[in-house]
Design a binder for this molecule. Structure first.
Ligand code: DLL
Length: 380
């Protein structure tokens, strides 16, 4: 297996260039399901699954649910979006495999989610950390203590979080929160999931081959050293990906876990080796915002992306320098330019942002690599 490390890497760009089906390894008649990476309308990555792939995927998530203590007698409420996002269907298939009852409620309709938790006797919850906290806070606003709902276990992931956020989630619901990691390119959620020890995510090593590399030298690093996670599909038929550079920063340990399981563990993802940010579950690159600004016109190519989490939900503000001509045109014109830019950005990224035009030459200039993103969410 170690010989895998002699093969070249594959990157998100390689997958984009082969859009949509260029890297499928079987006849299209064998592909039974398609998913794609979240949100972006540029060129998303398309992932194709054969019947066997769907089964393998379900297997990895079933293992994760078992690690969370979810089994036949549980009712799992899955708040991940059902659609092209892998979170919804991935968890759904895994839940069937483990024999629990699934509530495929999908995202949103927060008050209905709470009513269903109460009335249907939900014992397990799946959410992104930010949505989970929102769910809990809305319940409390309505006079319901989420701790009284009888939740046994929570599975959460799909975006970066901190131990403080985990603590908050666990306090709100009175249940353990288990980290779930995965990505569309490799299959979806389930690459790694935390057991009851909550000391890292067990990688399904018979299904994924993990490596940690130095993102600069591209050399494979020793165990327990932080670097970029590289993953290889060992069982995949539809779109086997070899040495995929995830850009996610973590470290790996092969030490035996206190739970007794022997599969290697990665630690919580603490950052990225590129400038991707995930906002409201959608992956965004500053380059997409830049493209939208250039298409929209009336602005200079100087901008800053500010990400905040004022309450529990993410917000993005894009500050951009207005061109000299329009800056002195008056408030009405400025508003209409801001609206126009907002629409272009929404088209490009799939999410709504606040646009603020600022006076020409007021944003910082950079020597060398520009720092376009100010992430004030403190997720590291
Ligand atoms: O987010 C798959 C998933 C769904 C995972 C549901 C967990 C639960 P993508 O939309 O392709 O797939 O985004 C993958 O999200 O490279 C990480 O940067 C980030 N990510 C995923 N899980 C975690 C996590 C799904 N547990 C990208 N912690 C990955 C931190 C995560 N970041």
């Amino acid at each position: 297996l170690k010989d895998i490390e002699k093969l070249p890497f594959i990157t998100k760009d390689d997958l984009r260039e082969s859009y949509p089906y260029g890297l499928f390894a079987v006849d299209m008649s064998e592909i039974k399901e398609l998913h794609s990476s979240s949100g972006t309308t540029g060129k998303p990555v398309v992932s194709g699954y054969t019947e066997k792939d769907l089964d393998t995927w379900a297997e990895t998530i079933a293992r994760g649910l078992s690690m969370m203590g979810i089994g036949e007698n549980d009712i799992l409420q899955n708040t991940h979006g059902y659609g092209m996002f892998t979170g919804g269907f991935g968890v759904h298939y895994g839940c069937h495999k483990v024999g629990a009852t699934i509530i495929p409620i999908s995202t949103g309709q927060t008050r209905r989610q709470i009513e269903i938790m109460k009335d249907f006797g939900t014992t397990g919850l799946i959410f992104t950390p930010s949505y989970g906290i929102h769910l809990g806070e809305v319940a409390m606003e309505d006079g319901i203590d989420p701790k009284e709902l009888g939740i046994k276990a929570i599975g959460f992931g799909a975006e970066m979080w901190t131990e403080e956020i985990r603590q908050k989630v666990e306090e709100i619901f009175g249940a353990k929160a288990h980290n779930i990691y995965g990505l569309t390119e490799l299959m979806g959620p389930g690459v790694g999931v935390e057991c009851e020890a909550q000391e890292g995510l067990h990688i399904s090593e018979d299904i994924y081959y993990p490596e940690i590399i130095d993102p600069k030298t591209l050399k494979t690093l020793e165990a327990n050293t932080t670097g970029e996670l590289v993953l290889t599909n060992l069982e995949r038929e539809g779109m086997p990906v070899i040495r995929f550079r995830t850009k996610d920063l973590t470290k790996i340990t092969y030490e035996k876990c206190s739970c007794g399981r022997t599969h290697a563990r990665i630690s919580r993802i603490t950052g990225r080796s590129d400038d991707m940010i995930k906002v409201k579950g959608v992956a965004i690159f500053p380059s997409q915002i830049e493209k939208a600004l250039l298409k929209a016109g009336d602005v200079e190519p100087h901008y800053l992306i500010i990400v905040t989490r004022p309450g529990t939900l993410d917000e993005i503000e894009v500050k951009v320098e207005a061109s000299k001509d329009i800056f002195f045109d008056g408030v009405k014109e400025m508003m209409s330019v801001q609206n126009k830019i907002g629409k272009f950005i929404e088209n490009e990224t799939g999410i709504r942002v606040k646009v603020t035009l600022v006076e020409p030459k007021t944003l910082p200039r950079f020597e060398g690599k520009a720092k376009r993103v100010i992430d004030e969410r403190n997720l590291h």
